[in-house]
Ligand binder design. Structure first.
Ligand code: NCD
Length: 308
């Protein structure tokens, strides 16, 4: 084992050996590619606990190599663009980039340019959050088996929630009735479904999906204290008693206990909030496999799963 700290650590012979070896790796690209493991880089430009760690867990359970990019210690602090950052990671050998970014549709600048690696969106601004949506679908399917005919109430900060958009669109297309409730200021005309008062939404829903207030995306704050918000738009204990028999509570988390949902309800019998998190790992494993298979048609679905 040797250290390479400066060029002074290398003799002329060492240098020659390294250059020759590098060239032989380049020439033998195909063979090297076949034997090399999948390299995934996680780029999170926004805070994350669940999504980031469940992606990393999924990647490791699939036997992939994992790089974790942190924006604070990267060249983005020197003004490097997202495109140049991802392009660099591609050149280094990244097969899949898992990206969360504050800009809606950050991925347009990547896919419409030269980027060839696979991108898995872990959340773009107020835009989309496909893997959260998929884990929500799995949680709902495990509970009700069929989507057709279910009523899902999505409640809270609808305007700024990427989860609301991704879920509302797919649930509607799967035959659910999606209804919304929350402060008027946060209604979102782009979402498919009817608006109704809180109590009614809670009463008719099979799934009551509460959303966090996305303070980080707000231009103006609501003129309500946390307690006032909870009483007006939160899932209070009293409101939860209006829920239909067999209905469930969901929330993408992070949860603000006592604001959008009463503390006691987070782990109540009909809450599936931690089940959603549990489902996140398997969903992300499946998504990563799907992303690879789509590019490399010959890959066998079962092949990548090792032990978990
Ligand atoms: C959501 C997100 O980041 O969009 N959380 C998550 O990924 N589980 C919702 C939120 O931040 O409120």
């Amino acid at each position: 084992m040797a250290n390479l700290l400066t060029m002074n650590d290398l003799s002329a012979r060492d240098i020659e050996w390294i250059l020759d070896r590098a060239e032989s790796i380049q020439k033998d690209k195909k063979k090297f590619r076949e034997s090399k493991p999948i390299l995934v880089t996680n780029l999170f430009f926004e805070p994350s606990t669940r999504t980031r760690f469940s992606f990393e867990t999924a990647e490791k359970r699939l036997g992939f190599q994992v790089l974790n990019f942190t924006s604070e210690t990267s060249s983005t602090t020197k003004g490097e663009t997202l495109y140049d950052t991802v392009r660099t990671l591609e050149e280094i050998g990244t097969d899949i980039a898992v990206i969360r970014h504050k800009d809606d549709h950050y991925f347009d600048q990547l896919i419409h340019n030269n980027i060839k690696l696979n991108i898995v969106n872990a959340g773009d601004g107020s835009g989309h959050h496909p893997t959260q949506s998929l884990l929500d679908l799995l949680t709902i399917r495990q509970e009700f088996i069929l989507f057709q005919g279910l009523t899902v109430a999505i409640i809270g900060d609808l305007r700024h929630s990427r989860v609301a958009r991704s879920d509302a669109e797919v649930l509607t297309s799967l035959g659910c009735r999606v209804v919304f409730s929350g402060p008027k200021e946060w209604h979102n005309p782009e979402l498919p479904g009817d608006y109704m008062p809180m109590d009614e939404a809670v009463r008719i829903a099979d799934v009551v999906m509460m959303l966090r207030i996305q303070h980080e995306r707000h231009q103006h704050t609501l003129d309500l204290t946390k307690e006032e918000y909870h009483q007006a738009y939160g899932l209070t204990l009293k409101r939860s008693e209006m829920m239909k028999k067999g209905s469930i509570i969901m929330h993408p988390a992070p949860v603000n206990r006592g604001v959008e949902i009463a503390d006691e309800l987070v782990e109540s019998e009909n809450s599936r909030i931690f089940k959603q998190m549990h489902n996140g790992v398997a969903i992300r494993m499946a998504v990563l496999e799907w992303a690879l298979e789509t590019e490399r048609g010959e890959m066998n679905r079962g092949e990548l799963i090792k032990e978990w």
